[in-house]
Design a protein around this ligand. Structure first.
Ligand SMILES: [Zn+2]
Length: 117
């Protein structure tokens, strides 16, 4: 008895991608550390978010929109963004900027596409 060759190839390809991701330090979906472990939800992260919001005057650094905490529309909510993405950058306040949800989403998508190259 032998397994269908297409299934085998698929499993091999998947394994190769996982290995590649590991080699370049990219997190594999589902294997990411919890938000807490990555330092979010902690008190210091909370106070950093507040400092970034105050320093940037509650304004998106990209489109200058005034961000609103807890707004129904995620696009106008304040997001604390890592200027140099997290695996390479630091959590230092100098590496953080305030972005609205819309600009943050666009930047994250762009980074993901660049990473996939
Ligand atoms: Zn914006």
């Amino acid at each position: 008895m032998r397994a269908a060759p297409t299934l085998c190839a698929l499993a091999r390809a998947k394994k190769a991608v996982m290995r590649q991701n590991k080699a370049i330090g990219r997190s594999v979906p589902g294997s990411r550390e919890s938000a807490y472990k990555r330092g979010y939800n902690s008190k210091s992260w909370d106070s950093k978010k507040k400092r970034v919001f105050a320093r940037d005057h509650g304004m998106c650094r990209k489109c200058s929109r005034i961000c609103v905490h807890g707004a129904n529309d995620n696009r106008i909510r304040p997001h604390t963004d890592h200027i140099v993405p997290k695996p390479l950058g630091t959590d230092d306040i100098d590496n953080l900027q305030l972005l609205c949800g819309e600009c943050h989403g666009r930047k994250t998508r762009k980074e993901m596409i660049e990473n996939a190259r």
